[in-house]
Design a protein around this ligand. Structure first.
Ligand SMILES: [Ca+2]
Length: 275
């Protein structure tokens, strides 16, 4: 098992994967005053403990040149799928300092989108090319490639059994983790109306979270029915750059907080959801 290379070298290039080593540095940590907002609760019958409010409890520095298109958290690592001035990439990030630990560069023509961990693997998707890249999660060594069973690759998450894909419409597609073939679909609806432009998605606790562009809203979805249970509006607590939206949602089970960011955002916000 490989992990971050330590030693004095600033960067070690292994093929097209770069392992970076960082000095601890002065982390510009900002603890935001908790801003509690009461979310609007739908009238649906909840099958979970309702999220009544949320607050930003911490923020992690984020590279403002990174055009974030997907975020995941697993075993104390953040994984970001993005385009940077250096090219399209997959990155492993320290969730305390925000330092980039590993970068896997992709071909220049590709547009990276969502990323999710599945055990010891990472799966990264691309937009128009609808490719799914499978990597060893520790070394970023590529182990498989497949075509996504959707017309455009936008978001991806894992519910413990199946991959869930978004394609920018109101539809989510379930995909088998072995064959990568479609096993089902759900339509996301709010009070009977289709919710369009779903982008980044995240699964936890038998709930789906979905960012909807162009907005700063996150839909909380019951995964069996596809019905939106409530909306979280982050526009009053997150300050994204102009014309930038949420494109990174990652659930940290160890702290039971949600990590939220987007293209060129200076921070990854750590958000606590409360009853
Ligand atoms: Ca995610």
């Amino acid at each position: 098992m490989q992990d971050v290379i330590s030693g004095n070298a600033a960067a070690v290039d292994i093929g097209r994967t770069v392992f970076l080593r960082h000095e601890p540095g002065n982390r510009m940590k900002v603890i935001l005053t908790a801003v509690i907002l009461t979310a609007v609760l739908s009238s649906a019958v909840f099958s979970f403990e309702p999220i009544g409010s949320f607050s930003v409890v911490d923020s992690i520095p984020h590279d403002t040149t990174s055009e974030t298109r997907g975020l995941d958290f697993f075993e104390n690592r953040l994984y970001e799928s993005t385009s940077t001035p250096g090219g399209p990439a997959l990155m492993a990030i320290d969730p305390v300092t925000g330092d980039t630990l590993i970068i896997k560069w992709l071909e220049e023509r590709l547009r990276p989108q969502g990323v999710t961990a599945v055990g010891d693997k990472l799966i990264q998707m691309t937009f128009k090319e609808i490719l799914g890249f499978v990597y060893d999660r520790y070394s970023f060594f590529p182990v498989d490639t497949f075509f996504l069973p959707i017309v455009e690759g936008v978001g991806i998450t894992f519910d413990g059994q199946r991959l869930i894909l978004s394609d920018g419409t109101s539809k989510l597609v379930y995909v088998d983790t072995a064959s990568y073939e479609e096993t089902g679909q759900i339509q996301i609806t709010d009070d009977g109306k289709a919710v369009h432009y779903i982008s980044e998605i995240e699964y936890f606790d038998n709930l789906l979270l979905a960012a909807v562009i162009p907005s700063m809203k996150i839909a909380v979805i019951e995964p069996q029915s596809g019905e939106v249970l409530q909306w979280l509006d982050l526009s009053l607590i997150c300050r994204p750059p102009e014309r930038s939206f949420i494109f990174g949602l990652a659930w940290d089970e160890s702290t039971r907080t949600l990590l939220v960011t987007g293209p060129r955002w200076p921070w990854i916000y750590r958000v606590r959801l409360t009853e």
